[in-house]
Design a protein around this ligand. Structure first.
Ligand SMILES: [Zn+2]
Length: 257
């Protein structure tokens, strides 16, 4: 896709310069979309749908630019809500969005005062950039923020270790002092936790960077979680990978704060 002939004004608001952060986060039209979403979508258990909303905003933007589509706010929100309920139906085993489902047995909230950041990567091959997904939640399981980013990596484990570095840097920049890192790659988690036997020696410097950054925290821990419990991050990571290919560039996206 060539973007040089596209007006760089945001197609949604028609007011400001379009960049990824503006489009997904700061645009007042997008604000209205976020706030109009069914509140349960933003509940902890359904964070996976954030990537659906982002995806819908992206396709909306493309339809306006390439197909001269007229944007109708109410219609769009209705469509996104339908899109999400469709996915839910197809998933089959939908949990009711009750408070009890927030304490999904697979994902455990961190201890008091700690912020848990789950990290994950979506890796296809060494020729494509990886997508990294981070998600931060507090001890009540409350959603604090999510971040997607991309990087070039040679193999998956290296990508996982790089995602851990990103997670730590993100936490440090947000004044988090007690950090609980969680990932689904056992070798990387073990290495950060001091058991270095499982990883390739080439990742050692990334692990050392993690430990160096972690030394600035008052307290930290790193734990392993099964892939299914990390799947929310997996969704963000995959979304980032797809979007990066669409956008043909590297970017960082941060939703909420
Ligand atoms: Zn805008």
């Amino acid at each position: 896709m060539h973007v040089h002939n596209i007006d760089d004004i945001c197609p949604l608001c028609g007011r400001e310069k379009e960049n990824v952060e503006h489009l997904f986060l700061h645009c007042f039209v997008v604000h209205r979309i976020w706030f109009a979403m069914d509140a349960t979508v933003l509940a902890s258990v359904r964070i996976r749908f954030i990537s659906c909303i982002l995806w819908n905003i992206w396709t909306l933007r493309c339809s306006i630019i390439f197909d001269n589509m007229q944007f109708r706010h109410v219609e769009f929100i209705h469509c996104v809500n339908c899109f999400i309920s469709n996915i839910e139906r197809n998933i089959g085993h939908v949990q009711a969005p009750s408070v009890s489902s927030l304490s999904n047995p697979k994902w455990k909230a961190p201890s008091q005062d700690a912020v848990k950041i789950n990290f994950d990567v979506s890796f296809v091959s060494k020729d494509l950039p990886i997508g990294m997904g981070l998600i931060a939640r507090n001890s009540s399981g409350e959603f604090l923020g999510t971040k997607g980013t991309t990087d070039i990596t040679v193999y998956e484990e290296q990508g996982e270790a790089t995602a851990a570095v990103e997670a730590i840097k993100w936490a440090a920049g947000r004044n988090i002092y007690v950090l609980h890192l969680e990932g689904d790659n056992k070798n990387v988690v073990d290495a950060i936790d001091g058991r270095t036997g499982g990883i390739k020696w080439t990742i050692n410097n990334v692990i050392l960077e993690c430990l160096n950054l972690l030394s600035a925290f008052n307290n930290w821990k790193c734990s392993h979680v099964k892939r299914e419990a990390n799947s929310i991050d997996d969704d963000i990571a995959k979304y980032m990978q797809e979007s990066t290919q669409t956008l043909n560039g590297m970017f960082v996206l941060q939703i909420l704060s």
